[in-house]
Design a protein around this ligand. Structure first.
Ligand code: PHE
Length: 344
């Protein structure tokens, strides 16, 4: 029996040594140590042994079981470690490899232009205001001296939502809204950038939705020369110190007198070329002195207060500044177009 046990041990340890996978070790455990395993079988025969032999053989059997168990445990651990090392090797990251390029976005060209203009006016003491894009007929027209059925309403083709609600056609309603907020007492100095909507057919120079920046300055003794000086500063900062401005008479129901402002052509410096269509000047914005009726409707006494207002289109400014020829470029979001204007 002793020889049998020793043979089992030798055979089992040999198999453990050869095993290459944890599954094999489990099988070995079952084959030798399991309920029907060979060691168990031998032990079952112990009953036939003499009293003296039994403890001796029992001890040998225990030693054999321990030896096999330990061998299996050690081998299992070793195999696990090998498996772990293999996995680590397979998952290793080579930190010296060059990285994949990351696509970084940037602000839209129009956002940059609007922010540039905002900064410029903030520097002159203006506040930045906002107003609703869905506006009432009252603020979009009536408060701006455009009563119902006024022919000047035709200047702006409007998207109506109901008889009283519409998509604002310009940022000028924010003039009236801001003056009402200031209750006819404090001076007002604000600009308002925002989206506006008109029933236009989209082409290279028209868009049914575009951006405007409104400006309004109301105080005691505000004069036309203040408007001119402010716009001159704006034009020179925006387009270059060598640029000249000129004001031409125009008409808006909410300003009197009304003007349109041109800047001298960058290409020919006023001589006349194809960019300025031979005139030497390029139209930039509309403005004027706030109409007394607009002031009084918004709670400011026109005998005490006066003001100027202007409205400009950042798309047009961006087109002139960067030579963009099609307004649709701002909205179709072709990344090749937009990328050219990303700031570094
Ligand atoms: N709201 C006018 C427009 O959209 C521009 C403007 C603003 C004119 C303020 C005068 C004063 O054309």
């Amino acid at each position: 029996m002793k020889e049998q046990l020793e043979a089992i041990q030798t055979e089992a340890l040999e198999k453990v040594a050869q095993a290459e996978a944890p599954k094999e070790l489990q099988d070995i455990r079952v084959t030798y140590l399991g309920k029907k395993g060979s060691l168990t079988k031998v032990l079952k025969g112990m009953g036939k042994l003499s009293k003296e032999e039994r403890p001796v053989i029992g001890q040998i059997a225990n030693t054999v079981r321990d030896a096999i168990t330990t061998a299996i445990e050690e081998k299992t651990e070793k195999l696990e470690q090998i498996a772990m090392e293999k996995q680590l090797e397979a998952e290793a990251i080579d930190v010296t490899l060059p990285g994949r390029p990351v696509n970084v976005g940037g602000p839209h060209l129009l956002t940059n232009i609007v922010e540039e203009i905002e900064d410029l006016f903030i520097g002159m003491g203006y506040e930045v205001k906002e107003g609703p894009e869905v506006e009432t007929d009252y603020f979009n027209f009536e408060a701006l001296n455009l009563p119902k059925n006024h022919p000047a309403r035709d200047m702006q083709d409007t998207f109506y939502i109901t008889n009283e609600l519409l998509m604002r056609t310009h940022t000028s309603p924010v003039q009236a809204r801001t003056m009402l907020d200031y209750k006819g007492e404090q001076p007002v100095k604000m600009i308002c950038p925002g989206k506006v909507y008109r029933r236009d057919t989209d082409d290279a120079t028209h868009s049914h939705q575009f951006t405007q920046i409104e400006g309004l300055y109301v105080d005691k003794n505000v004069r036309m020369s203040d408007l001119k000086g402010t716009l001159d500063r704006f034009a020179k900062k925006m387009f270059g110190e060598e640029r000249e401005i000129r004001l031409r008479p125009s008409f808006f129901p909410f300003t009197e007198p009304s003007v349109e402002m041109d800047i001298s052509c960058k290409v020919c410096h006023g001589e006349g070329c194809h960019v300025c269509k031979g005139t030497g000047w390029i139209e930039i914005l509309g403005g004027g002195m706030v109409h007394p009726k607009v002031l009084s409707m918004a709670g400011y006494d026109p005998e005490i207060y006066s003001g100027f207002a202007f409205g400009m289109g950042p798309e047009r400014i961006a087109m002139l500044k960067y030579g963009v020829s099609d307004i649709r470029g701002f909205y179709t979001n072709d990344i090749r177009f937009l990328k050219q204007y990303h700031k570094a």
